[in-house]
Design a protein around this ligand. Structure first.
Ligand code: NAP
Length: 467
């Protein structure tokens, strides 16, 4: 980013580059200061300890707060909110200047108002801009800014906001205009959120994992223990290798179920211009994360499956079978239907896994940025359904007719693979219905902005409101 931005500031500190004042010589002030200096700005620090430059970037000047602001029109307040009181004594010196609030809180809703609005109250004649709070001092210093390149900016003064956005671009970051200062509270909450988009997928995955684990333990271990057969060793490989594919398939289906619900809602309402229920909105927003969690389980299933031939229990079973055959002088006939079944099951699994990986790769920002919107939709929707179809087929061929065999219903519980097929089958059936030409045409029309006749629309709205 070699562009130098000329800021219309007084320039005692530099003719060519703008001078920026930073209050506070702490971690953040120092890091931002050195980033600004690397990009051609002169920086003057306002501190309680003027003249102390030991930790500061070379060439930086440290003055008292009142002296530092004299020659700058932009002041970055890199001080915790609790210490803003010193600004009350600088009200006159700060009149007409731009104050950039970079502060964060320890918890969400720590204060009733945002820090930026509080700053604006303390210094009413200055223009407050909220910015930089989502960038860490460490990222500024180390240069590894990929995860925090976005800088959210808001202010009631669009000119001041523009000036700060120019500085942000000049130091290699990406400004995101979030509007007026009223948005500061939301911006201050961003760094406090812990994996917001991952919470629902992770909880769903954890919940399903626990349920399937308990189901398998009851069906395999406790059921056999009742008959004095100890198969507790299944806990290490067999049961996990049942949980991973079952949960992975369910999660993959859960990525496509909300899309089907959305289409049904749009068909029912006859418009795309009404909001989906909040739960559906939330669900749709975390589909990528759901898919990635599902992919990680599919990976684990593939790895666990690869180790099966080297397991002692598997080797023992094979060896015992061969020895028995030899002792009884028996030959096992080559069963073609069984070969077909086993090869089909494996082929569907391999292909499903391949498309699963393609889906995962295309959801990476670097890849999704390189494809256009239609290509992305093609991969995520068409290939996504193909993956779901292949994986569902893999599970069906694996189980084959076992759901018909009564001895598989231990304590009346169906085999776990049949449970894993419920959601995928529902999704695939819904999709089949939705692509029936007359329904598909109607959905396409609605998605292009067509609305059902106003009277019917009003009726539907009334019903929705009364709900
Ligand atoms: P810090 O290391 O504690 O530094 C804060 C600075 O504030 C001190 O070095 C001090 O500078 C000044 N200060 C302390 N008490 C003061 C008082 N009573 N009156 C006036 N000035 C006082 O904190 P920091 O990590 O740099 O964070 C500064 C601000 O940036 C905070 O609001 C924080 O939320 C925000 N922020 C930090 C990061 C980060 O990664 N650290 C990231 C985003 C935003 P002098 O000794 O020079 O006066």
């Amino acid at each position: 980013m070699g562009t130098k931005v000329m800021i219309p500031l007084c320039s005692d500190f530099g003719e060519k580059h703008g001078s920026i004042c930073i209050f506070g010589t702490g971690d953040f002030g120092r890091s931002l200061g050195s980033k600004l200096m690397q990009n051609g700005y002169s920086v003057v620090f306002g501190s309680r300890h003027p003249g102390e430059t030991s930790l500061l970037p070379r060439g930086a000047e440290v003055l008292s707060h009142a002296e530092a602001v004299q020659n700058c029109s932009i002041i970055i307040v890199a001080v915790q909110r609790d210490h803003y009181d010193f600004l009350k004594n600088l009200k006159e010196a700060l009149e007409g200047k731009i104050l950039v609030d970079v502060s964060n809180n320890l918890t969400i809703n720590q204060y009733p108002d945002s820090n930026a609005e509080y700053l604006a109250q303390i210094v009413p004649r200055a223009t407050v801009v909220k910015a930089f709070n989502t960038v860490s001092a460490w990222a500024l210093q180390s240069g590894s800014l990929d995860a925090s390149r976005q800088v959210f900016v808001c202010s009631n003064d669009s000119q001041a906001k523009q000036q700060i956005m120019d500085i942000i671009r000049a130091i290699g970051l990406t400004p995101q205009d979030k509007g007026s200062l009223g948005m500061a509270k939301e911006i201050e909450d961003y760094p406090l959120q812990l994996f917001p988009m991952w919470r629902l997928p992770m909880c769903t995955c954890a919940g399903l994992t626990v349920l399937v684990f308990l189901y398998c333990v009851i069906q395999d271990i406790i059921y056999n223990a009742e008959k004095n057969i100890d198969v507790s060793y299944l806990l290490m490989i067999t049961i996990p290798n049942r949980i991973f594919p079952v949960v992975s398939l369910m999660l993959l289906a859960l990525c496509y179920l909300p899309g089907a619900f959305a289409a049904i809602i749009q068909l029912y309402r006859g418009t795309k211009y009404s909001r989906f229920p909040n739960w559906l909105d939330r669900w749709m927003l975390c589909r990528k994360q759901l898919g990635l969690v599902a992919l990680s389980y599919a990976f684990l299933h593939a790895i666990y499956t690869l180790v099966i031939p080297i397991r002692y229990s598997a080797r023992h079973r094979t060896e015992t079978f061969i020895i028995n055959q030899v002792m009884l002088n028996k030959t096992r006939a080559f069963e073609k239907p069984l070969t077909w079944r086993s090869d089909t099951y494996l082929a569907l699994g391999i292909l499903g896994f391949f498309f699963y990986i393609v889906l995962g790769i295309t959801s990476l920002p670097s890849v999704s940025n390189a494809v256009n919107w239609r290509e992305f939709r093609f991969v995520q929707s068409k290939l996504g359904y193909l993956t779901l179809l292949l994986c569902t087929g893999h599970a069906m061929v694996f189980g084959w007719n076992r759901f018909l065999l009564l001895d598989r219903y231990r304590w009346y519980m169906p085999p776990v693979y049949t449970l894993s097929l419920v959601i995928p089958c529902v999704v695939l059936i819904l999709k089949l219905v939705l692509i029936i030409p007359c329904i598909d045409t109607r959905i396409t029309k609605i998605r292009q902005g067509w609305e059902r006749s106003p009277s019917k629309k009003a009726e539907t709205k009334l019903k929705t409101c009364s709900l």
